[in-house]
Design a protein. Sequence first.
Length: 293
Amino acid sequence: IRTLFLCLALAGAGAPAFAAGPADGKPVETLTRQGKWLVDYSRDACNLAAQMGEGKSSVVVRFVRYEPGDAFDLSVFGDRFGMNTVKVEGTADFGLGGKPIAIDGLSGNVGKLKAVFFGGMRLDGWRSKGWTKEPAEASPPLAPEQEARVTGVTLDIRGKRPVRLEFGSLAKPFAEMRKCVDSLVKSWGYDPAQQAAATRPVSPVTEPQGWLNSGDYPSGALFQGHNGLVQFRLDVDPEGKVAGCYVLARTNPDDFADITCRAISKRARLRPALDAQGKPMRSFWVCKVHWLA
């Protein structure tokens, strides 16, 4: 029994995680975007989605952001992504950084659709070194010019034929995503400009891995061998105390969501964010926990 805090791949200083590209001679199928991008201003996240290709071979690609910044979750839906294993590994190449990025995620179903889900990604493949005792620094920002240069992604998922998704420049779609995220932050009761000007984000004082333990695992889910994924937001006051926990997304059963917020609200130890003048301010911390039986 274990829990994984998947947000840690994007906190602090780090470097791109590169991997080898598709094997020589391995054919890559290309799917082109059909129609417009759709941006969903939902209550807890910003979703950017488009259909790629036509007919039975078509897929839907979706970018999801739960907070400001350049990180996103990437999901791809389509029958071609039916997997025999829950864990998925491979590479993604957005054309930035010079080499494909090593990725790992999960497979599953959304209704009747097969899907693969990858979290904590960036177009340039930047990754952190994980949790450290020192306060986290803001991740290096991507310029709009870099987003504009990205016109597609090549996914090479182990056990599947590589596919190139040609969706066109991400300049306008990602600009719309930033507007959506600003709206999201406002709905939480924060000033987006003040949060963007922070000289230090909220960061853990103690390793988050210790905030949950095997005894927290829901007994019913454990008995049935269920895993769970919970995306949550902590509101953090100027003293670094948790002022609220909100579930932004989760898989069934609901027990995982309830226990995640209850346990983390009690055990989390956090440094407050610092404003533009270096003074502690009210802010938030977004993270994802994967419960593994």
